[in-house]
Design a protein around this ligand. Structure first.
Ligand SMILES: *Cc1c(COP(=O)(O)O)cnc(C)c1O
Length: 404
């Protein structure tokens, strides 16, 4: 097995892509215009082709031109923050079939604020008291299926509530008491729990407890935007900066009128409350709205076919290599996009997933691959710019062929 340094040396000896990469300055050569500042270059921050997916640490997704224009134009005028949230909220609510909606600083803050709204109602004293629930008359427990109790539930415990784990409908009946504020559901883990969506909502109704659902990364399909509002969840949260391609710092809290109105008491411009640090500005609010509208109205079948074509191209490039196995999977619940899994026989191809990942990261242009196991990686195409699939295909093939 060659070591990491040798590998990187070998791979970086391939400058084949340099010639393909016309930079904006070479295109506009001859036009007397001051070059735009490239802050990534200036600061030495690596940019890359994203074949991994919509990951927070890789800055989520890229916004469409319409969204960027919206942000730019919004930045040139003042308006009242609440009036903007009122008007945008009404439009978004009608797009997603909810009674009301508000743009939040991500799905995570949507969870905190939605629960805060349920805990406080319109009582300003309670708003101020959060996250201290004792002696306030506020409820303090959230029921959740054990398999749904993942790290993001910190958003719920940030209100001062604790999570009570259940598995069955009988467990729910036993867990409900006068302190129960909410029954929370996590769509992406719904195949791991015993209770499905409809039953969860029905149980909430039976016990008189509001229900919520986290669908942060769960479009496509686009219908998920309204499916859970239609189903009767009292509030639903989704990320703006994943597949919807809104601002990364934005998300939506959709749901019942009284919950959204109460949630907004814990949001800027009001202070001081647990949501004061979850500020969302007019640019993000409008950017989120336009991104959502565009997302809903786009041709989803066409986009899906484009993803399939790109993934097929990458698959075909690498599957001819001896020792390689490829498989295309579509995660059913979240990050629902064709995902290519490339694995290899380590007797024939002497490289670890970590070395391969690093080789592509250190090449030019830099490429980030998705996670896998010790001898596999994954590739998605939904965050690629048109044409980048060719670069990913060539580089992946080259890297895997070179270490035989
Ligand atoms: C990404 C994610 C979140 C957090 O969403 P933000 O919009 O980044 O706040 C919450 N829950 C799940 C399941 C997620 O995937």
């Amino acid at each position: 097995m060659i070591n990491r340094r040798q590998l990187i040396q070998r791979l970086s000896a391939f400058p084949f892509l340099g010639g393909l990469m016309a930079t904006p300055s070479t295109i506009s050569a001859g036009v007397a215009k001051a070059p735009k500042r490239d802050l990534f270059k200036e600061l030495g921050v690596r940019t890359f082709i994203n074949a991994a997916g919509t990951l927070t640490y890789m800055t989520g997704s890229l916004m469409h031109e319409e969204v960027l224009d919206t942000i730019n134009n919004a930045a040139k005028e003042f308006c009242m923050l609440d009036e903007l949230q009122d008007k945008v909220g009404e439009k978004i609510a009608s797009l997603v079939h909810s009674e009301a909606a508000v743009v939040t600083s991500g799905a995570f803050s949507g969870m905190t604020l939605g629960l805060a709204g349920i805990l406080t109602g319109m009582d300003e004293k309670k708003v101020k008291a959060l996250p201290h629930l004792e002696y306030t008359g506020m409820k303090s427990e959230v029921i959740c299926q054990a398999s749904h109790d993942i790290v993001y539930n910190q958003a719920l415990t940030n209100t001062g509530c604790k999570i009570v784990r259940v598995e069955t409908a009988e467990d729910v009946a036993k867990a409900v008491n006068e302190r129960t504020a909410l029954m929370h559901f996590l769509h992406i883990e719904s195949d791991k729990g015993k209770i499905q969506h409809e039953e969860w909502v029905a149980l909430g109704k039976t016990h008189g407890i509001p229900t919520s659902i986290d669908i942060a990364a769960d479009v496509p399909p686009v219908s998920n935007l309204w499916r859970f509002n239609d189903m009767g969840f009292d509030f639903v949260v989704i990320s703006g900066g994943k597949a919807i391609r809104g601002p990364q710092s934005a998300g939506l809290l959709m749901g019942k009128k009284d919950i959204i109105a109460a949630a907004r008491l814990s949001m800027p411009p009001r202070g001081f409350n647990i949501g004061r640090g979850m500020k969302i500005n007019k640019e993000e609010i409008l950017g989120m709205y336009v991104a959502l509208e565009k997302y809903i109205n786009q041709d989803h079948d066409k986009e899906w076919k484009e993803w399939e074509t790109r993934i097929a191209l990458i698959k075909n490039a690498v599957s001819t290599i001896q020792g390689i196995t490829t498989e295309i999977k579509i995660p059913p619940l979240g990050n629902h996009t064709p995902t290519l899994h490339v694995s290899w026989d380590t007797d024939k191809i002497k490289i670890t997933d970590k070395q391969l990942r690093e080789a592509l990261r250190n090449g030019n242009p830099s490429i980030e691959l998705g996670g896998g196991t010790a001898n596999s990686v994954s590739v998605t195409a939904f965050m690629l710019k048109p044409g980048q699939e060719k670069i990913v295909a060539t580089r992946l093939k080259e890297a895997l062929s070179m270490v035989r």
